[in-house]
Design a protein around this ligand. Structure first.
Ligand code: GLN
Length: 516
Protein backbone atom coordinates (compact mmCIF):
# COMPACT_ATOMS: atom_id res chain seq x y z
CA UNK A 1 0.00 0.00 0.00
CA UNK A 2 2.81 2.46 0.86
CA UNK A 3 4.30 1.68 -2.50
CA UNK A 4 0.98 2.56 -4.19
CA UNK A 5 0.72 5.82 -2.28
CA UNK A 6 4.25 6.82 -3.25
CA UNK A 7 3.60 6.02 -6.90
CA UNK A 8 0.29 7.93 -6.74
CA UNK A 9 2.02 10.99 -5.32
CA UNK A 10 4.73 10.91 -7.98
CA UNK A 11 2.17 10.36 -10.76
CA UNK A 12 0.02 13.23 -9.46
CA UNK A 13 2.96 15.63 -9.50
CA UNK A 14 3.59 14.75 -13.16
CA UNK A 15 -0.10 14.99 -14.06
CA UNK A 16 -0.48 18.33 -12.30
CA UNK A 17 2.47 19.86 -14.08
CA UNK A 18 1.21 18.58 -17.45
CA UNK A 19 -2.20 20.15 -16.81
CA UNK A 20 -0.55 23.41 -15.85
CA UNK A 21 1.67 23.49 -18.91
CA UNK A 22 -1.31 22.73 -21.15
CA UNK A 23 -2.92 26.09 -20.51
CA UNK A 24 -1.82 27.60 -23.83
CA UNK A 25 -3.71 24.86 -25.70
CA UNK A 26 -7.39 25.08 -26.76
CA UNK A 27 -9.80 24.56 -23.82
CA UNK A 28 -11.43 21.57 -25.51
CA UNK A 29 -8.18 19.68 -25.05
CA UNK A 30 -8.89 19.44 -21.31
CA UNK A 31 -12.21 17.70 -22.00
CA UNK A 32 -10.64 15.21 -24.39
CA UNK A 33 -7.63 14.74 -22.12
CA UNK A 34 -9.80 13.69 -19.15
CA UNK A 35 -12.31 11.66 -21.17
CA UNK A 36 -9.51 9.66 -22.80
CA UNK A 37 -7.63 9.42 -19.51
CA UNK A 38 -10.59 7.68 -17.89
CA UNK A 39 -11.17 5.47 -20.92
CA UNK A 40 -7.55 4.30 -20.81
CA UNK A 41 -7.82 3.96 -17.02
CA UNK A 42 -10.58 1.43 -17.55
CA UNK A 43 -8.90 -0.26 -20.50
CA UNK A 44 -5.50 -0.75 -18.90
CA UNK A 45 -6.96 -1.40 -15.46
CA UNK A 46 -9.01 -4.26 -16.80
CA UNK A 47 -6.14 -5.48 -19.00
CA UNK A 48 -3.77 -5.63 -16.04
CA UNK A 49 -6.08 -8.13 -14.39
CA UNK A 50 -7.24 -10.10 -17.40
CA UNK A 51 -4.63 -12.87 -17.64
CA UNK A 52 -4.65 -13.43 -13.87
CA UNK A 53 -8.44 -13.52 -13.88
CA UNK A 54 -8.39 -16.15 -16.62
CA UNK A 55 -5.77 -18.35 -15.01
CA UNK A 56 -6.68 -17.90 -11.34
CA UNK A 57 -10.45 -17.45 -11.39
CA UNK A 58 -11.55 -19.49 -14.41
CA UNK A 59 -8.46 -21.74 -14.09
CA UNK A 60 -7.75 -21.54 -17.82
CA UNK A 61 -4.55 -23.10 -19.07
CA UNK A 62 -1.80 -20.51 -19.55
CA UNK A 63 -1.66 -21.02 -23.32
CA UNK A 64 -5.44 -20.67 -23.62
CA UNK A 65 -5.32 -17.53 -21.50
CA UNK A 66 -2.54 -15.99 -23.63
CA UNK A 67 -4.44 -16.90 -26.79
CA UNK A 68 -7.58 -15.16 -25.56
CA UNK A 69 -5.57 -12.17 -24.38
CA UNK A 70 -3.95 -11.94 -27.84
CA UNK A 71 -7.30 -12.20 -29.62
CA UNK A 72 -8.83 -9.54 -27.38
CA UNK A 73 -5.97 -7.05 -27.70
CA UNK A 74 -5.90 -7.56 -31.48
CA UNK A 75 -9.66 -7.09 -31.91
CA UNK A 76 -9.61 -3.76 -30.05
CA UNK A 77 -7.31 -2.47 -32.80
CA UNK A 78 -9.47 -3.81 -35.66
CA UNK A 79 -12.81 -2.26 -34.69
CA UNK A 80 -11.63 1.40 -34.83
CA UNK A 81 -11.66 1.13 -38.63
CA UNK A 82 -15.41 0.49 -38.59
CA UNK A 83 -16.04 3.09 -35.87
CA UNK A 84 -14.04 5.63 -37.88
CA UNK A 85 -15.83 4.90 -41.14
CA UNK A 86 -19.28 5.23 -39.54
CA UNK A 87 -18.28 8.48 -37.84
CA UNK A 88 -17.00 9.96 -41.12
CA UNK A 89 -20.08 9.00 -43.08
CA UNK A 90 -22.94 9.41 -40.65
CA UNK A 91 -22.45 9.88 -36.95
CA UNK A 92 -19.75 12.50 -36.65
CA UNK A 93 -16.92 11.75 -34.23
CA UNK A 94 -18.58 13.23 -31.13
CA UNK A 95 -21.64 11.03 -31.25
CA UNK A 96 -19.49 8.00 -32.08
CA UNK A 97 -17.44 8.65 -28.93
CA UNK A 98 -20.60 8.81 -26.81
CA UNK A 99 -21.82 5.49 -28.26
CA UNK A 100 -18.41 3.93 -27.64
CA UNK A 101 -18.33 5.22 -24.07
CA UNK A 102 -21.79 3.81 -23.29
CA UNK A 103 -20.77 0.39 -24.67
CA UNK A 104 -17.59 0.53 -22.60
CA UNK A 105 -19.44 1.36 -19.39
CA UNK A 106 -21.71 -1.63 -20.07
CA UNK A 107 -18.78 -3.91 -20.90
CA UNK A 108 -16.65 -2.99 -17.92
CA UNK A 109 -19.60 -3.24 -15.55
CA UNK A 110 -20.44 -6.68 -16.88
CA UNK A 111 -16.86 -7.76 -16.19
CA UNK A 112 -17.62 -7.31 -12.51
CA UNK A 113 -20.06 -10.22 -12.76
CA UNK A 114 -17.65 -13.03 -11.89
CA UNK A 115 -19.67 -15.92 -10.49
CA UNK A 116 -18.15 -18.44 -8.09
CA UNK A 117 -14.41 -19.17 -8.38
CA UNK A 118 -13.91 -22.37 -10.36
CA UNK A 119 -12.60 -25.27 -8.27
CA UNK A 120 -9.64 -27.32 -9.57
CA UNK A 121 -10.71 -29.98 -12.02
CA UNK A 122 -14.10 -28.32 -12.69
CA UNK A 123 -14.97 -26.08 -15.63
CA UNK A 124 -16.43 -22.60 -15.40
CA UNK A 125 -20.21 -22.30 -15.55
CA UNK A 126 -21.16 -21.74 -19.23
CA UNK A 127 -23.48 -18.88 -18.31
CA UNK A 128 -20.78 -16.99 -16.38
CA UNK A 129 -18.28 -17.58 -19.16
CA UNK A 130 -20.71 -16.33 -21.79
CA UNK A 131 -21.35 -13.18 -19.84
CA UNK A 132 -17.60 -12.68 -19.62
CA UNK A 133 -17.21 -13.02 -23.40
CA UNK A 134 -20.10 -10.62 -23.87
CA UNK A 135 -18.29 -8.10 -21.65
CA UNK A 136 -15.16 -8.47 -23.79
CA UNK A 137 -17.22 -8.03 -26.97
CA UNK A 138 -18.86 -4.84 -25.66
CA UNK A 139 -15.44 -3.43 -24.75
CA UNK A 140 -14.00 -4.32 -28.15
CA UNK A 141 -16.87 -2.66 -30.04
CA UNK A 142 -16.83 0.28 -27.60
CA UNK A 143 -13.12 0.92 -28.16
CA UNK A 144 -13.86 0.76 -31.89
CA UNK A 145 -16.26 3.67 -31.64
CA UNK A 146 -14.25 5.69 -29.15
CA UNK A 147 -10.49 5.39 -29.57
CA UNK A 148 -9.83 6.64 -33.10
CA UNK A 149 -12.66 9.14 -33.06
CA UNK A 150 -11.67 10.93 -29.88
CA UNK A 151 -8.17 11.36 -31.32
CA UNK A 152 -9.71 12.74 -34.51
CA UNK A 153 -11.60 15.36 -32.46
CA UNK A 154 -8.31 16.47 -30.89
CA UNK A 155 -7.11 17.28 -34.40
CA UNK A 156 -10.21 19.36 -35.07
CA UNK A 157 -9.33 21.72 -32.24
CA UNK A 158 -6.47 23.08 -34.35
CA UNK A 159 -6.29 24.90 -37.66
CA UNK A 160 -4.14 23.02 -40.16
CA UNK A 161 -1.41 25.64 -39.86
CA UNK A 162 -1.49 25.75 -36.05
CA UNK A 163 2.02 24.97 -34.73
CA UNK A 164 0.54 23.74 -31.43
CA UNK A 165 -0.88 20.56 -33.00
CA UNK A 166 2.00 18.14 -32.23
CA UNK A 167 2.32 19.57 -28.73
CA UNK A 168 -1.42 19.27 -28.17
CA UNK A 169 -1.35 15.61 -29.14
CA UNK A 170 1.66 15.10 -26.90
CA UNK A 171 -0.35 16.44 -23.94
CA UNK A 172 -3.27 14.25 -24.97
CA UNK A 173 -0.82 11.33 -24.90
CA UNK A 174 0.10 12.26 -21.34
CA UNK A 175 -3.61 11.85 -20.50
CA UNK A 176 -3.60 8.41 -22.14
CA UNK A 177 -0.62 7.35 -20.07
CA UNK A 178 -1.85 8.87 -16.83
CA UNK A 179 -4.95 6.73 -17.34
CA UNK A 180 -2.94 3.61 -18.03
CA UNK A 181 -0.64 4.26 -15.08
CA UNK A 182 -3.34 4.84 -12.46
CA UNK A 183 -5.67 2.22 -13.98
CA UNK A 184 -3.16 -0.60 -13.78
CA UNK A 185 -2.09 0.58 -10.33
CA UNK A 186 -5.53 0.81 -8.70
CA UNK A 187 -7.69 -1.68 -10.60
CA UNK A 188 -4.75 -4.09 -10.44
CA UNK A 189 -4.37 -3.59 -6.71
CA UNK A 190 -8.08 -3.79 -5.86
CA UNK A 191 -8.66 -6.78 -8.12
CA UNK A 192 -5.74 -8.82 -6.84
CA UNK A 193 -6.12 -7.88 -3.20
CA UNK A 194 -9.87 -7.66 -2.53
CA UNK A 195 -11.44 -9.61 -5.39
CA UNK A 196 -11.63 -9.38 -9.17
CA UNK A 197 -15.00 -7.68 -9.25
CA UNK A 198 -13.69 -4.68 -7.32
CA UNK A 199 -10.90 -4.13 -9.82
CA UNK A 200 -13.19 -4.54 -12.82
CA UNK A 201 -15.87 -2.48 -11.09
CA UNK A 202 -13.39 0.34 -10.58
CA UNK A 203 -12.58 0.21 -14.29
CA UNK A 204 -16.33 0.57 -14.97
CA UNK A 205 -16.60 3.56 -12.66
CA UNK A 206 -13.58 5.14 -14.36
CA UNK A 207 -15.25 4.76 -17.74
CA UNK A 208 -18.48 6.26 -16.44
CA UNK A 209 -16.49 9.30 -15.28
CA UNK A 210 -14.99 9.52 -18.77
CA UNK A 211 -18.46 9.51 -20.33
CA UNK A 212 -19.68 12.20 -17.94
CA UNK A 213 -16.66 14.43 -18.60
CA UNK A 214 -17.17 14.09 -22.32
CA UNK A 215 -20.89 14.84 -22.27
CA UNK A 216 -20.67 17.72 -19.80
CA UNK A 217 -17.63 19.19 -21.59
CA UNK A 218 -19.36 19.36 -24.98
CA UNK A 219 -19.59 23.18 -25.14
CA UNK A 220 -15.80 23.43 -24.86
CA UNK A 221 -15.40 21.44 -28.03
CA UNK A 222 -16.79 24.33 -30.07
CA UNK A 223 -18.56 22.11 -32.56
CA UNK A 224 -15.61 19.78 -33.19
CA UNK A 225 -16.65 16.26 -34.15
CA UNK A 226 -20.11 17.13 -35.50
CA UNK A 227 -21.29 15.24 -38.61
CA UNK A 228 -20.47 16.67 -42.02
CA UNK A 229 -23.81 15.70 -43.51
CA UNK A 230 -26.53 16.43 -40.96
CA UNK A 231 -29.33 14.70 -42.84
CA UNK A 232 -27.44 11.43 -43.41
CA UNK A 233 -28.36 9.90 -40.08
CA UNK A 234 -32.09 10.35 -40.54
CA UNK A 235 -32.43 8.98 -44.04
CA UNK A 236 -34.41 5.75 -44.20
CA UNK A 237 -32.64 3.49 -46.69
CA UNK A 238 -34.05 0.10 -45.61
CA UNK A 239 -37.19 -1.43 -44.01
CA UNK A 240 -38.40 2.02 -43.00
CA UNK A 241 -35.49 2.23 -40.53
CA UNK A 242 -33.28 5.29 -40.26
CA UNK A 243 -29.51 5.04 -40.74
CA UNK A 244 -29.10 5.70 -37.04
CA UNK A 245 -31.40 2.81 -36.12
CA UNK A 246 -29.60 0.57 -38.60
CA UNK A 247 -26.28 1.48 -36.98
CA UNK A 248 -27.63 0.44 -33.58
CA UNK A 249 -28.80 -2.86 -35.04
CA UNK A 250 -25.36 -3.24 -36.61
CA UNK A 251 -23.76 -2.68 -33.21
CA UNK A 252 -25.84 -5.47 -31.72
CA UNK A 253 -24.97 -7.80 -34.60
CA UNK A 254 -21.24 -6.95 -34.43
CA UNK A 255 -21.17 -7.43 -30.68
CA UNK A 256 -22.72 -10.86 -31.23
CA UNK A 257 -20.11 -11.71 -33.86
CA UNK A 258 -17.20 -10.55 -31.71
CA UNK A 259 -18.65 -12.40 -28.73
CA UNK A 260 -18.10 -15.57 -30.71
CA UNK A 261 -14.90 -14.71 -32.63
CA UNK A 262 -12.88 -13.57 -29.59
CA UNK A 263 -12.62 -17.21 -28.47
CA UNK A 264 -10.62 -18.16 -31.55
CA UNK A 265 -7.18 -16.63 -31.90
CA UNK A 266 -6.56 -18.06 -35.35
CA UNK A 267 -9.71 -16.52 -36.84
CA UNK A 268 -8.75 -13.19 -35.27
CA UNK A 269 -5.34 -13.42 -36.98
CA UNK A 270 -7.04 -13.92 -40.35
CA UNK A 271 -9.46 -11.13 -39.62
CA UNK A 272 -6.51 -8.84 -39.00
CA UNK A 273 -4.87 -9.68 -42.36
CA UNK A 274 -8.16 -9.30 -44.20
CA UNK A 275 -9.00 -5.98 -42.55
CA UNK A 276 -5.47 -4.68 -43.21
CA UNK A 277 -5.66 -5.54 -46.92
CA UNK A 278 -9.21 -4.20 -47.29
CA UNK A 279 -8.44 -0.97 -45.43
CA UNK A 280 -5.27 -0.15 -47.41
CA UNK A 281 -6.99 -0.92 -50.72
CA UNK A 282 -10.12 1.03 -49.83
CA UNK A 283 -8.16 4.08 -48.71
CA UNK A 284 -6.00 4.03 -51.85
CA UNK A 285 -9.01 3.51 -54.07
CA UNK A 286 -11.12 6.30 -52.54
CA UNK A 287 -8.27 8.75 -52.50
CA UNK A 288 -7.36 8.03 -56.12
CA UNK A 289 -10.91 8.37 -57.42
CA UNK A 290 -12.17 11.18 -55.23
CA UNK A 291 -9.30 13.47 -54.22
CA UNK A 292 -7.33 16.15 -56.01
CA UNK A 293 -3.63 15.24 -56.52
CA UNK A 294 -2.19 17.01 -53.46
CA UNK A 295 -4.83 15.62 -51.10
CA UNK A 296 -4.23 12.17 -52.60
CA UNK A 297 -0.45 12.44 -52.10
CA UNK A 298 -1.05 13.35 -48.46
CA UNK A 299 -3.04 10.17 -47.96
CA UNK A 300 -0.20 8.19 -49.51
CA UNK A 301 2.21 9.88 -47.08
CA UNK A 302 -0.17 8.98 -44.24
CA UNK A 303 -0.22 5.35 -45.38
CA UNK A 304 3.59 5.26 -45.39
CA UNK A 305 3.71 6.64 -41.85
CA UNK A 306 1.00 4.20 -40.77
CA UNK A 307 3.09 1.32 -42.08
CA UNK A 308 6.22 2.36 -40.13
CA UNK A 309 4.23 1.74 -37.00
CA UNK A 310 4.02 -2.01 -37.65
CA UNK A 311 7.77 -2.32 -37.10
CA UNK A 312 7.71 0.15 -34.23
CA UNK A 313 5.10 -1.62 -32.09
CA UNK A 314 6.38 -5.09 -33.01
CA UNK A 315 9.60 -4.19 -31.21
CA UNK A 316 8.24 -1.79 -28.61
CA UNK A 317 5.70 -4.31 -27.35
CA UNK A 318 8.42 -6.73 -26.29
CA UNK A 319 8.04 -4.77 -23.06
CA UNK A 320 5.13 -6.83 -21.78
CA UNK A 321 6.44 -10.18 -22.98
CA UNK A 322 10.08 -11.04 -23.72
CA UNK A 323 11.61 -7.97 -22.07
CA UNK A 324 9.50 -8.56 -18.99
CA UNK A 325 10.70 -12.16 -18.80
CA UNK A 326 14.29 -11.04 -19.44
CA UNK A 327 14.03 -8.55 -16.58
CA UNK A 328 12.69 -11.30 -14.38
CA UNK A 329 15.33 -13.89 -15.19
CA UNK A 330 18.52 -12.12 -16.28
CA UNK A 331 18.57 -8.79 -14.48
CA UNK A 332 19.88 -7.95 -11.03
CA UNK A 333 16.69 -6.25 -9.80
CA UNK A 334 18.03 -5.17 -6.43
CA UNK A 335 17.23 -1.53 -5.64
CA UNK A 336 18.01 -0.01 -2.24
CA UNK A 337 18.74 -3.47 -0.92
CA UNK A 338 15.38 -4.92 -2.04
CA UNK A 339 14.59 -7.18 -4.98
CA UNK A 340 11.95 -5.35 -7.05
CA UNK A 341 9.47 -7.65 -8.86
CA UNK A 342 9.87 -7.56 -12.65
CA UNK A 343 6.26 -6.49 -13.24
CA UNK A 344 6.89 -3.18 -11.45
CA UNK A 345 9.12 -2.12 -14.35
CA UNK A 346 6.01 -2.29 -16.55
CA UNK A 347 4.86 1.03 -15.14
CA UNK A 348 8.10 2.82 -16.09
CA UNK A 349 6.95 3.67 -19.61
CA UNK A 350 3.75 5.42 -18.52
CA UNK A 351 5.60 7.21 -15.73
CA UNK A 352 8.32 8.45 -18.10
CA UNK A 353 5.61 9.73 -20.47
CA UNK A 354 3.78 11.63 -17.74
CA UNK A 355 7.00 13.49 -16.97
CA UNK A 356 8.63 13.68 -20.39
CA UNK A 357 5.45 14.36 -22.40
CA UNK A 358 5.27 18.01 -21.35
CA UNK A 359 9.01 18.36 -22.05
CA UNK A 360 8.53 17.09 -25.60
CA UNK A 361 5.39 19.21 -26.06
CA UNK A 362 7.43 22.26 -25.02
CA UNK A 363 10.36 21.22 -27.17
CA UNK A 364 8.30 20.94 -30.37
CA UNK A 365 6.82 24.40 -29.77
CA UNK A 366 10.19 25.88 -28.90
CA UNK A 367 11.76 24.49 -32.06
CA UNK A 368 8.74 25.40 -34.22
CA UNK A 369 8.93 29.04 -33.17
CA UNK A 370 12.55 29.10 -34.33
CA UNK A 371 11.86 27.24 -37.57
CA UNK A 372 13.91 24.28 -36.32
CA UNK A 373 11.21 21.67 -35.69
CA UNK A 374 12.01 18.33 -37.34
CA UNK A 375 9.48 17.26 -39.98
CA UNK A 376 7.03 14.46 -39.18
CA UNK A 377 9.00 11.80 -41.12
CA UNK A 378 12.18 12.95 -39.38
CA UNK A 379 10.51 12.54 -36.01
CA UNK A 380 9.39 9.06 -37.07
CA UNK A 381 12.97 8.23 -38.07
CA UNK A 382 14.24 9.49 -34.72
CA UNK A 383 11.60 7.41 -32.93
CA UNK A 384 12.47 4.16 -34.68
CA UNK A 385 16.21 4.78 -34.31
CA UNK A 386 15.88 5.29 -30.55
CA UNK A 387 13.95 2.06 -30.30
CA UNK A 388 16.86 0.25 -31.95
CA UNK A 389 19.44 2.02 -29.79
CA UNK A 390 17.53 0.92 -26.69
CA UNK A 391 17.91 -2.74 -27.63
CA UNK A 392 21.57 -2.35 -28.60
CA UNK A 393 22.33 -0.63 -25.32
CA UNK A 394 20.70 -3.43 -23.35
CA UNK A 395 22.67 -6.04 -25.29
CA UNK A 396 25.87 -4.09 -24.63
CA UNK A 397 25.05 -3.86 -20.94
CA UNK A 398 24.24 -7.55 -20.77
CA UNK A 399 27.37 -8.73 -22.52
CA UNK A 400 29.78 -6.41 -20.71
CA UNK A 401 29.24 -8.06 -17.32
CA UNK A 402 31.15 -11.24 -18.10
CA UNK A 403 28.29 -13.63 -17.43
CA UNK A 404 26.88 -11.93 -14.33
CA UNK A 405 23.27 -10.65 -14.19
CA UNK A 406 22.57 -7.51 -16.21
CA UNK A 407 22.67 -4.32 -14.08
CA UNK A 408 19.20 -2.87 -13.58
CA UNK A 409 20.27 0.52 -14.91
CA UNK A 410 20.03 -0.93 -18.42
CA UNK A 411 16.36 -1.75 -17.86
CA UNK A 412 15.77 1.88 -16.89
CA UNK A 413 17.73 2.98 -19.95
CA UNK A 414 16.03 0.77 -22.52
CA UNK A 415 12.59 1.90 -21.32
CA UNK A 416 13.79 5.50 -21.36
CA UNK A 417 14.97 5.29 -24.98
CA UNK A 418 11.83 3.39 -25.97
CA UNK A 419 9.70 6.07 -24.35
CA UNK A 420 11.50 9.00 -25.98
CA UNK A 421 11.18 7.07 -29.24
CA UNK A 422 7.47 6.59 -28.62
CA UNK A 423 7.03 10.30 -27.95
CA UNK A 424 8.69 11.10 -31.28
CA UNK A 425 6.39 8.73 -33.13
CA UNK A 426 3.05 7.95 -31.53
CA UNK A 427 1.51 11.34 -30.60
CA UNK A 428 3.22 12.90 -33.61
CA UNK A 429 1.64 10.25 -35.80
CA UNK A 430 -1.85 10.88 -34.40
CA UNK A 431 -1.30 14.56 -35.08
CA UNK A 432 -0.08 13.88 -38.62
CA UNK A 433 -3.08 11.67 -39.40
CA UNK A 434 -5.52 14.45 -38.54
CA UNK A 435 -3.50 16.91 -40.56
CA UNK A 436 -2.90 14.81 -43.67
CA UNK A 437 -6.40 13.41 -43.95
CA UNK A 438 -9.33 15.26 -45.47
CA UNK A 439 -12.13 16.01 -42.99
CA UNK A 440 -14.33 13.36 -44.61
CA UNK A 441 -11.80 10.56 -44.14
CA UNK A 442 -10.26 11.36 -40.80
CA UNK A 443 -12.06 8.65 -38.80
CA UNK A 444 -11.06 6.01 -41.32
CA UNK A 445 -7.42 7.14 -41.43
CA UNK A 446 -7.29 7.12 -37.64
CA UNK A 447 -8.80 3.63 -37.68
CA UNK A 448 -6.07 2.54 -40.09
CA UNK A 449 -3.48 4.04 -37.74
CA UNK A 450 -4.66 1.87 -34.87
CA UNK A 451 -5.08 -1.14 -37.13
CA UNK A 452 -1.39 -0.98 -38.03
CA UNK A 453 -0.45 -0.75 -34.39
CA UNK A 454 -2.61 -3.85 -33.88
CA UNK A 455 -0.59 -5.58 -36.60
CA UNK A 456 2.56 -4.49 -34.78
CA UNK A 457 1.28 -5.99 -31.55
CA UNK A 458 0.49 -9.19 -33.38
CA UNK A 459 4.00 -9.32 -34.87
CA UNK A 460 5.40 -8.63 -31.39
CA UNK A 461 4.00 -11.99 -30.32
CA UNK A 462 5.92 -13.73 -33.10
CA UNK A 463 9.18 -11.97 -32.17
CA UNK A 464 8.67 -12.83 -28.50
CA UNK A 465 8.29 -16.48 -29.49
CA UNK A 466 11.58 -16.26 -31.41
CA UNK A 467 13.34 -15.03 -28.26
CA UNK A 468 12.15 -18.09 -26.39
CA UNK A 469 13.82 -20.55 -28.79
CA UNK A 470 17.08 -21.97 -27.40
CA UNK A 471 20.26 -22.67 -29.40
CA UNK A 472 21.88 -26.07 -30.10
CA UNK A 473 23.41 -26.23 -26.61
CA UNK A 474 20.34 -24.90 -24.86
CA UNK A 475 21.69 -21.34 -24.72
CA UNK A 476 19.24 -18.43 -24.76
CA UNK A 477 18.84 -16.62 -28.08
CA UNK A 478 17.23 -13.53 -26.71
CA UNK A 479 20.28 -11.26 -26.98
CA UNK A 480 20.90 -12.44 -30.53
CA UNK A 481 17.30 -11.57 -31.45
CA UNK A 482 17.59 -8.19 -29.69
CA UNK A 483 20.85 -7.46 -31.56
CA UNK A 484 19.17 -8.18 -34.89
CA UNK A 485 16.04 -6.17 -34.22
CA UNK A 486 18.13 -3.38 -32.68
CA UNK A 487 20.24 -2.96 -35.82
CA UNK A 488 17.18 -3.33 -38.04
CA UNK A 489 15.39 -0.51 -36.23
CA UNK A 490 18.48 1.70 -36.20
CA UNK A 491 18.99 1.25 -39.94
CA UNK A 492 15.30 1.79 -40.75
CA UNK A 493 15.24 4.87 -38.52
CA UNK A 494 18.29 6.41 -40.17
CA UNK A 495 16.90 5.41 -43.57
CA UNK A 496 13.66 7.23 -42.77
CA UNK A 497 15.58 10.37 -41.88
CA UNK A 498 17.47 10.12 -45.16
CA UNK A 499 14.30 9.75 -47.27
CA UNK A 500 12.27 12.17 -45.15
CA UNK A 501 12.38 14.97 -47.78
CA UNK A 502 10.59 12.64 -50.20
CA UNK A 503 7.80 11.90 -47.73
CA UNK A 504 7.63 15.57 -46.75
CA UNK A 505 7.17 16.46 -50.39
CA UNK A 506 4.17 14.12 -50.55
CA UNK A 507 2.70 15.94 -47.54
CA UNK A 508 2.36 19.25 -49.51
CA UNK A 509 2.17 21.32 -46.34
CA UNK A 510 2.34 24.52 -48.39
CA UNK A 511 -1.04 23.93 -50.00
CA UNK A 512 -2.76 22.58 -46.88
CA UNK A 513 -5.99 24.44 -46.10
CA UNK A 514 -8.66 24.23 -43.45
CA UNK A 515 -11.96 22.75 -44.56
CA UNK A 516 -15.24 23.07 -42.82
N1 GLN B 1 -0.45 3.32 -25.51
C1 GLN B 1 -1.14 4.09 -26.49
C2 GLN B 1 -2.62 4.02 -26.27
O1 GLN B 1 -3.11 3.23 -25.54
C3 GLN B 1 -0.75 3.70 -27.89
C4 GLN B 1 -1.48 2.56 -28.45
C5 GLN B 1 -1.01 2.21 -29.83
O2 GLN B 1 -1.14 2.99 -30.77
N2 GLN B 1 -0.51 1.06 -29.97
O3 GLN B 1 -3.33 4.79 -26.86
Amino acid sequence: MTFILILTAVGMVGLGSALFMMRTQPRGLYVLFFAEMWERFSYYGMRALLVFYLTKHFLFDQTVAYGLYGAYTTLVFITPVIGGLLADRYLGQRKAVVIGAVLLVLGHSLMAFEGEPVSPGASPEPMVLNIFYLALALIIVGVGFLKGNISAIVGQLYAKSDVRRDSGFTFFYVGINAGSFFGALYAGYLGETFGWKYGFGLAGIGMLLGLIVFVVGKPWLNGAGEPKDLGALHRRPMFGLSVEQLIYLGIIATTGLVWWVVRDQETVGWLLYLTMAATYLYILYTSIISLEPHARDRIIAALLLITVQILFWALFEQAGSSLNVYTDEQVDRTLFGQAVPASVFQSLNAMYIIFLGPVFAGLWLFLAKRGLEPSTPQKFGLGVAQLGLGFLLLVWGATSTGGALTPVVFVFLIYLLHTTGELCLSPVGLSAMTKLSTARMVGLIMGAWFLASGAGNFAAGVIAQATAVTGANGESQILAVYTNVGWLALIVGVGLIVISPLISRLMHLDTLKDER
